[in-house]
Every structure is written in structure tokens, then in C-alpha cells.
Design a protein around this ligand. Sequence first.
Ligand code: BES
Ligand code: MN
Ligand code: ZN
Length: 501
Amino acid sequence: METKLVVGNLAEIESECLVVFALDHGDKQKSNAKFALKHAGAEKAAAELMSTGEVTGKLAEAIMLHRPEGLKAKRLLIVGGGKGDKFGHTELRKAAGAALRFLKPKMIKSCAFALPDLSSGAEDAVRAIVEGSFIANFDPDTYRSDRKDLQMKDVTVAAPEGSDKNKLQQSLEQGRIIGESQNFTRELVNEPSNHLTPTMFADRTRKMCESVGLKCEIYGPDKIKEMKMGAFWSVAQGSDEEPRLIVMKYEPQDAPEKPVVGLIGKGITFDTGGISIKPADGMEKMKYDMAGGAAMVGAMRAIGLLKPKVKVISIVCATENMPSGKAQKPGDVQIAMSGKSIEIINTDAEGRLVLADGLHYARTLGCTHLIDAATLTGACVVALGGVNAGIFANDEDIYQHFTKALKRSGEKFWRLPLDAEYFDLIRSNIADIMNTGGRWGGAITAAMFLKEFVEDTPWIHLDIAGTAWNDDNKGWMAKGPSGIAVRSLVEFVKTFERNGA
Ligand code: BES
Ligand code: MN
Ligand code: ZN
């Protein structure tokens, strides 16, 4: 999809469809929706419609007018941005996406957005429109033989006269990079496990790294065993597919020595549960158990292109979790790379095992700040549903830092606790630690397990089990992989550039 910025009179824009945003201002009068910008042309063209009260401004509502009088555009689309006093870049991103998803099935291939007024500024508004457009342009029906090409081809953002074109052009570029990177992650997550084995996952990551100029090292079983990654290997040993340890490095010359941000992802390309096998019902969804790893790959793509002055190392531990004659069994004891011994209680708690070695390895590579993302626990889905992802932190500074990133990304996370008392639940009789902590507080005991492997390094853990896959279509996003965490991870790294370590 091409994106373009124009500055000038909206009435003069020649387009298949001009999109304007309407907000709900809540007065109970007939016409309570107002445009999110002063624009005499559009207001005049839509005056009769607006007076009927049919336009409510409700988020993602879309109403189209043909041949709008006085405008050069062929159509005028009025899209709801929600309540006027709540309208920010998060709502704008969704509203722009809703506009695209309204236009796409009508085979409309180009549109122009009238840049609305946003309290956080025009640059934010441009970025949100472009990100929302890319996110909405993604469809998951890759393998349908009668797949129709519904893609939007051209999106124009039209800024009012007097706007700083250079600045807005930069925001447009940033939005494109971030939106495309989020979709790159979604493509990976969407792939079934036979089309994305650990080997294929690594190959696609390597190609991406080559295209954006990142260093990429990929290791197989021998190196994983040689490095004594006993926790990672214990999961991989049960599969006929070879595991891959993927290491991406972004080390710009002009970056300070510190921080070195470590992005670690769970890359289980299929999770059967292993010997502690999962029930058949819904197991097909476990192809998305590499969504944390894919989020890191997408974030690294964006970082490679945006070039912040911050060192970043990313590690993805990619393997299947399979039952077989070679698979590990409950009761087995494994020695992690850090030297800690782990009693395996349930082979389905495999994500924390691969991450234990990924996190420890990141520390040995010199990472000063760690952040991991993983579809780690069903318990997190029970606790937070599909709205918020879980966030855990062992350090207040890094948590504050991440909160700043969330303000810019618009993604939803909710913090869960890591009190020392929870550690009692994962003490083992035979080893240092057990890989499960029983029924209660399952998302927390999983995080407590990871905490043992980061020691005193500031660290954030994102449990995205409930948010990496949307079961239903949303106005602004197709059902399927969401690409959660990509935008926040990129903003997290960029926040270091702005604020330092
Ligand atoms: N990949 C799953 C977590 C998961 C469950 C993600 C549901 C998305 C939806 C993870 O590997 C797992 O199986 N976790 C177990 C842990 C348990 C055995 C302690 C779980 O949550 O049931
Ligand atoms: Mn599992
Ligand atoms: Zn899993």
C-alpha cells in the first residue's frame, strides 16, 4: 500500500473517497455529532445528513455519501471517532482502520483522510491514521484459493494549509514502518505449523534481517546443546523438527554503550502440550504459540528501519512442543543454562523453559534491560480476557519506562504482581524450582519462574496469551493474529533514545 501526504484545501482533493471523522459530543439534540476538524466544504456537503441525527459519531460507525456537493472527491465517508472528549490517537487509529475495512469490500482502492485535530498534535494524528490503515489492510485468508484482492492500494493523508509538511512526512514514514512491521508479525503468526517450522521461522527472520540490514545468527541443536541450554533443549528434544535459536542484533555506531535492550520471544511453532498432552478441542490454535517470538521479529524489523540510537539484541527460541519417544516426561529434572535445576511437573509449561535459557543467554550477551513476550499461560487469559495483556516487572523504573511506551502505542496492558510469597508455589523437593505452581495464580507463578533467570537485571514480562489472537472481527481489524506488542516494543526502545537508560 502506498501512502502519501498532501497539504492543502480538502475540497480540491481528487480521490475515490474523502474520509472525515465525526465525534459524539453527547448533547441530546438531534445532530450531536460534529466533525473533528473545521472544514466548511465537508460540512456543507454533509449538512443535510448531519441534521437528520443519523450520524452519531460512535466509534467505527461509517456512513457514505456519493457525489458530495462542492468537493472534488467522488465520495465522502463519515467515520465515527467516539466521544469528543476521549478522542485521541488510539481512537483515531481504530476509526481510520474502520474506514478502510468499510471501503475494502466495495473494491475501492484509494482514499484520502482529512487530518483531524488531535490534542497530542498533528504528527501523532498522521502516525495513527497510517498505522490504523495498514493494520486494517491485513486479511488472514492466505490459503483460500478464491481469495479476492481487497487490498487498499493508496492512502493519502490530507493536512490543512499551513501544516509543517516535512515533519508530517516523517510521521507518515514512521507510521508506515510500524504498521508494516506489525503486519509482518501477523503474517508469521497466521502461518500454520506445517508452513512455519522452527527452521522456516528462522529462514524468514534471516531474510527480513538481510532486507533491513540487521545482523542475524541462527543456531541449531548442536549449538543449543553445546551452550548447555538444557531447559530449551528439554522442549526441543521431543520433536522431529530441529529447533532454532535466532539472534538478531542492532548495534548502531552512534548509540551509547548502555543500555543494551534485550528482546526475548517465545517461539513455539506448535504446542501440543508434549507428554502432558492438550485436549483436541481447540488445539489447532496452538500454531500461534510463537506470537511472542514473532512480535520480536516484527519489532526488530521496525527498529532496523527506524534506526534509533539504542543497542538492541533480540533472541527467539523456536521449537515445537511434541510428545514422542524422545520427549521429556513429568518428573524429569533439567539443568538450565544458568545452572539452575528444574523439576518438570507438566510438559505443557514449556514456554517458561525456553524463555529461561533465552533470558539467561541475553544477560550473557550483555543486555542491561530485558523484555520478553510470550503466549505463556491460559491463566492470564482467564484473568484478563482478550482486552488487556498481562505485564510483570521486577523494577519500577523499567515499568515506568514501559508505561510511557504504552501511551504512544495505544496498546492495552495490565500489571500483575510478583510478590516473593508466590515463589513458595514453585519450590521443588528434588530440584531448585518446579516448572508449574498448581492451579492458582498461574500467570503469576509462570512469571515468578522467569524471574529466577533474570536475577537482578531490570526486566519486563508480557503475557500475550489472550491478546495475540482475536477470535472475532473488529471494525478496525480482521479476526486472527493481532500483532500485539510490536508497537509497544518499538516505542519502548525509542523511549530509551529520548530519555536514556
Ligand atoms: N501456550 C500455552 C498457553 C496458552 C493457553 C496460550 C491458552 C493461549 C491460550 C502454554 O504453553 C501452556 O500450555 N500453559 C499451560 C501451563 C500449565 C500447564 C501450568 C496453561 O496455561 O494451561
Ligand atoms: Mn504449553
Ligand atoms: Zn505454549
